[in-house]
Design a protein around this ligand. Structure first.
Ligand SMILES: C[S@@+](CC[C@H](N)C(=O)[O-])C[C@H]1O[C@@H](n2cnc3c(N)ncnc32)[C@H](O)[C@@H]1O
Length: 276
């Protein structure tokens, strides 16, 4: 995907999941003056949401992609939030940030283990997590959040299950054959990194018609990302049915149904660095 398309996808899909992520951020109940690292910060949306929820904190946003940092910088300038935040280019695999410096590390959709050519930062999450723990202050927390599920074809559960069972779709959730590397094993990753008091909580974002243009675009990108790769693995009739629901030109385009109601969930895993 070209950088501009990727930014557009982050923006539009990010809007769909915004309520879930905002509620996860709220559930962290951060004290005033906390220092937060948002890594990878992508295009900076969640930096804004942290500062909306906690006007007294400071946030450092870090990402490997210069284009994302540039987009985030503009967004923060536009919303007049630059006073409480800074942006840095950084590779999660090689963090040059000081030891014990953050009260919270927030890592949302950033630690999917898998091949780099799929956009994953590493095949395994362990070294990255050790790095995150190093820069967390004793008593501080590491919060790892993942997009954990979705229901997007209301009324067509069989079809959605068939599409989801394809290798093409599963590539997003099962990048490895090792079950320990599945994102739902994050509690084990956090314990292995020496964190304690592990907490897990899931948050939903409802997706209800009528949709505005940006929401429709986000859902269309999501449909494509999830299910385009399923085509060679399903029957012609399954693909025809799916295409009629997912094609904006079709009379049965599912997003035109005023009764459309779907959802996305995010799951947040939090661990605490012990104070010695
Ligand atoms: C799916 S996006 C998530 C961004 C943001 N956390 C969000 O939820 O919108 C993944 C981000 O990880 C960044 N990234 C990929 N590999 C990285 C690495 N090794 N170090 C830092 N950032 C990386 C990409 O540039 C991209 O912005």
């Amino acid at each position: 995907m070209e950088p501009e398309q990727y930014i557009r996808a982050l923006d539009t899909i990010g809007r769909l999941s915004e309520p879930a992520k905002r509620n996860a951020i709220k559930a962290l109940a951060l004290p005033d003056e906390s220092r937060i690292l948002d890594l990878p910060c992508g295009i900076g949306s969640q930096i804004c949401w942290f500062l909306d929820e906690y006007p007294q904190v400071s946030v450092t946003g870090a990402d490997l992609a210069e284009e994302h940092i540039a987009f985030a910088r503009e967004r923060l300038q536009r919303s007049d939030k630059t006073r409480s935040c800074e942006l840095v280019l950084a590779d999660m695999n090689n963090l040059e940030l000081e030891n014990d410096s953050f009260d919270l590390i927030w890592c949302c959709d950033g630690l999917w283990p898998g091949p780099k050519d799929m956009g994953c930062p590493a095949e395994e999450p362990y070294d990255i997590l050790d790095g995150l723990v190093r820069i967390t202050r004793p008593g501080g927390r590491v919060a790892i959040a993942f997009w954990s599920s979705q229901k997007l074809l209301p009324g067509f559960a069989d079809l959605e299950a068939t599409l989801n069972a394809t290798k093409g779709t599963m590539r997003l959730f099962h990048p490895s054959t090792n079950p320990e590397l599945h994102f739902m094993r994050t509690p084990a990753w956090l314990r292995r990194a020496g964190l304690t008091d592990i907490e897990v909580k899931s948050f939903a974002a409802d997706l209800c018609a009528p949709f505005d243009e940006l929401e429709r675009e986000g859902l269309a990108i999501l449909f494509n990302m999830l299910w385009e790769p399923a085509e060679p693995e399903v029957s012609e009739s399954t693909w025809e049915k799916y295409s009629s629901l997912a094609n904006p030109e079709s009379d049965s385009f599912i997003l035109n149904d005023i009764n459309y109601a779907g959802l996305l969930t995010y799951t947040m895993y939090v661990g605490t660095k012990t104070s010695c």
